[in-house]
Design a protein around this ligand. Sequence first.
Ligand SMILES: Cc1cc2nc3c(=O)[nH]c(=O)nc-3n(C[C@H](O)[C@H](O)[C@H](O)COP(=O)(O)OP(=O)(O)OC[C@H]3O[C@@H](n4cnc5c(N)ncnc54)[C@H](O)[C@@H]3O)c2cc1C
Length: 416
Amino acid sequence: MTREQPLTTPAARYDFVIAGGGIGGLSCALALARKDFRVAVLERAAEFGELGAGIQMGPNAFTALDYLGVGEAARAGAVYIDRLILMDSLDGGQICSIDVGADFRQRFGNPYAVIHRADLHRSILDGCRAAANVDLFTHACVIGFEQSADGVVVRAGAAEPIRARALIGADGLRSVVRDALLGDGEPRVSGDVTYRAVLPLDDMPEELRWNDMTIWCGPGTHVVHYPLRGWKLFNLVVTCHARQKVEAHNEPADPSEVLPWFSQLCEKPMGLVKTPKEYRRWVLCDRAASERWTHERVALLGDAAHPMLQYFAQGACMALEDAVSLAEAAALEPDDIPGALVIYELDRIQRTADVQLGSRMMGRLYHATDAERRVRQQLLGSMSQAEFRENLAWLYGHDVCRIATAARPAGARSPS
Ligand SMILES: Cc1cc2nc3c(=O)[nH]c(=O)nc-3n(C[C@H](O)[C@H](O)[C@H](O)COP(=O)(O)OP(=O)(O)OC[C@H]3O[C@@H](n4cnc5c(N)ncnc54)[C@H](O)[C@@H]3O)c2cc1C
């Protein structure tokens, strides 16, 4: 029996209803199910799935995937790269290289890897399918909710309302739950535009077939590439500050639109940017960090809570960490869900704000010109491997399982 079904009949009462079945929503469902909560995931699409592109997973993501019990499944589909490399796309020189081999793994207890999004999503979805206390609903677009002292009633399309002790909005950048909870308007359109392509190995220029996550930094642009799926594919992500002010999401784009932004690039990265016959376009959005994302029995998670630019490659990693934190908080206070959501919020808000802000700063570093470019080369070019690891410890060495179980901080606000 398939466990995915359209939401057409009145469902049982759940502990948690989760709006959105992306990486964040499914991770949250699985994390809560492993703490014996009964969970329903409402996904608006006809099927659960992810984009056909790559994603980078820092060591902190594997900590969370292990917590969910799907670490081995995810590892099986990953490519273990050797280095994170920054190259200068004007002169072709290397700015710096961070070795993510044995010393890095030992320092952070896990690898840095790259994986196809569909493979990562499937490993978490399979975990949910195998959990008896997770119900997965498709064609279930959340349109609103009402909460009272003892529960939440969630409305999804024309289906009967669904009841739960709490609602988690994991419904992405344009979250309906966030809008109802915070009403803080549209996300910020950054003006940076990303074009994505996935190349078969044979199409990847031979001189760039590296087992590394490589970023070519240039004035107002950067180009990222890495191998995927046992080196059968290469992921290519090219970004420019095109000043576009209208959001775009996964639209087809002709190379003739892309190439003019990269005309300053030297031969190697330029050859790569010219390779795809078609790109998919995103106009990137984020938000400034929020002061809160919980109210009583409703909380946000993943991009709905803290949308960020992808320049630290941490949006999905943060969603995975959120899931662990929320499950730990709920297990700590199983009879006081509003209290548990406050613990979750306190645990996550500063951490994700650091990464949101850091992601904006990384964009500035990648796109630097003139004096800023020289400062970048000097600063990064002079760091030792040990210094890189220590500078990244706040990000990759974060123990999400431990801090979520810490006592509620003194002065924590009450749920109301
Ligand atoms: C170009 C690019 C590269 C990136 N690279 C990386 C990377 O290397 N590493 C990394 O960690 N992160 C990366 N990210 C960020 C990462 O993709 C996101 O942070 C992550 O996918 C967010 O997951 P989510 O589940 O919170 O949201 P989403 O993936 O947006 O999922 C939301 C889900 O909710 C559903 N939904 C929406 N509205 C409703 C509704 N009303 N009712 C029911 N369902 C609804 C949607 O259909 C979707 O399935 C990148 C992002 C971009 C744009």
